[in-house]
Design a protein around this ligand. Structure first.
Ligand code: GRF
Length: 203
C-alpha cells in the first residue's frame, strides 16, 4: 500500500513510520512526505530516508479549498492509497476529509474520546486521570473523531509534569503508529459503522 504522510513539524512520528516501513516485511511504502510548513524538520528526516518531499505552504494559497486542491494533486501524483497525518497542524475541510474517507488516519496524543484538541498532557494532569496515552483513528470531519484503530495507554506518575508525561506518551506513539498502519495496510482494520473491526491480527 502506498502511503503519503502529511506533516508540519519535527516529524518524530514520521521517523517511526519511515523506520518501520524500511523493513521489507512492513506492508506499507511511504511514497511522499508533504509539509505545509517550509523548513519543517520532518522534511529532512524524509530526505535522509530517500523519500520524495514537497512543501505546500498554506499561506501561498487563497483559502482552504485552493490549498487542498494542491494537496490532492500532490497526493494523486504520488499515487497515494492512504494518507497518514503525523503532526499535521491544519484543519481539513469536509470535502477533503470525505475524499479520503476510510483512507486517511491520524495519531492523537490522548486516549480518545478524552482530551480532543490541543494541550492534551496538561489537561490529563488537571483531570487527575491515572492513565493517559495515544490513539490512531480514521479521520472524520469532526476534529479528533473517527473510528479508533488502536490505542496505547501509559501510567500517569504522581510527580509528572506535562513534559514528562508527554515524553512517555510520545514513546508509545512511536510504537503504536507503525502497528496501526500495518493493520490498515494489511486490510486487517476495517470500518464497520462507528467502529473498527480488527480481523486476522497476526495471521
Ligand atoms: C504528536 O504528539 C502527535 O500525536 C500529534 O502531534 C505530535 C506530532 O509530533 N498529532 P511529531 O511531529 O510526530 O514529532
Amino acid at each position: 500500500m502506498k502511503v503519503a504522510v502529511l506533516v508540519s513539524g519535527r516529524g518524530s512520528n514520521l521517523q517511526a513510520l519511515l523506520d518501520a516501513c524500511a523493513d521489507p516485511s512492513h506492508p506499507a511504502e511511504i511514497v511522499a512526505v508533504i509539509s505545509n510548513v517550509p523548513g519543517a524538520y520532518a522534511l529532512e528526516r524524509a530526505e535522509k530516508a530517500g523519500v520524495t518531499t514537497q512543501v505546500i505552504d498554506h499561506k501561498a494559497y487563497d483559502g482552504r479549498p485552493a490549498f487542498e486542491d494542491a494537496l490532492n494533486a500532490a497526493l494523486d501524483e504520488a499515487g497515494a492509497d492512504l494518507v497518514c497525518l503525523a503532526g499535521f497542524m491544519r484543519l481539513l475541510t469536509d470535502a477533503f476529509v470525505d475524499r479520503w474517507h476510510d483512507r486517511m488516519i491520524n495519531i492523537h496524543p490522548s486516549l480518545l474520546p478524552s482530551f480532543k484538541g490541543l494541550h492534551t498532557h496538561e489537561r490529563a494532569l488537571e483531570a487527575g486521570v491515572r492513565f493517559h496515552g495515544c490513539t490512531v483513528h480514521f479521520v472524520r470531519a469532526d476534529m479528533d473523531a473517527g473510528p479508533i484503530i488502536a490505542q496505547a495507554a501509559v501510567p500517569v506518575h504522581p510527580d509528572d509534569d506535562a513534559d514528562a508525561l508527554g515524553a512517555r506518551v510520545l514513546e508509545a506513539e512511536h510504537r503504536l503508529y507503525p502497528l496501526a498502519l500495518r493493520l490498515v495496510a494489511e486490510g486487517h482494520a476495517r470500518v464497520s459503522g462507528q467502529r473498527v473491526v480488527i480481523t486476522n491480527h497476526g495471521a
